[in-house]
Ligand binder design. Sequence first.
Ligand SMILES: C[S@@+](CC[C@H](N)C(=O)[O-])C[C@H]1O[C@@H](n2cnc3c(N)ncnc32)[C@H](O)[C@@H]1O
Length: 238
Amino acid sequence: MPAANHDDAYVRNLFDRMGPTYDAINLVSSFGFSEFWRWQCVRTANIRPGDRVCDMMAGSGECWRHIHAHGASVVSVDFSKVMAERQVRRGNRLRLPVDIRCENALECSIADGSIDRVVGAFGLKTLDTDATRRFALEIHRILRPGGRISLVEISHPEGWWLAGVYRWYVGHAIPLVGKVFLGDVECYRMLGVYTREFGSCDRVVALFADAGLEVSVRRHFFGCATSIVGSRPRSTDS
Ligand SMILES: C[S@@+](CC[C@H](N)C(=O)[O-])C[C@H]1O[C@@H](n2cnc3c(N)ncnc32)[C@H](O)[C@@H]1O
């Protein structure tokens, strides 16, 4: 199995290549769980009507329908041009006014303290430790004090039997689906490499706490996904 490459340009290129098929493969290969976990992630953010919600590493805007259902506006951040083009199409199709920013989530152009909620589905795995630290600091910067965070990622499940199935699944089954749909087994194999290396949100919770965010980890379906949920404390000195 190859090593995970966390270089920005490499990751951006990977998602540019996967962009046209990502939605479909993600839905099929997760047996619909990915959509359920997105819905859960957005619901956990406790969004109120009129909130300004940042969807970090938004892909083609898979979370927007759920955010919009709460009467909030969306600011979307993703550095893949292909994903951004798909976001424009999704926004038009759903008639959603979305502020689309095709830029790096580690240094985005969103103003300090201007966001009520940060949500993000399945974007953590391609960040290495240093990038995760910068990402947490960036979330702290853009969130208003008291603002909430809810992020979810696929993770390594508990129990040897499920862990074995999971390893086979991300290492072989998902790349095969990718080959059938995209004719490109490498892209989806790399997704498996990132997922295995990521482990779970336990790994990143300390980095979020170091950035001054109050967060905890939640497990879903025997740990097949984990989420980081919390907030930027109201006190201005943290
Ligand atoms: C696995 S996809 C997740 C897409 C979507 N959020 C979903 O619910 O499926 C990860 C996305 O994160 C984006 N991404 C990864 N690293 C990023 C970074 N540093 N800045 C901005 N976008 C990034 C990729 O371009 C890709 O679209």
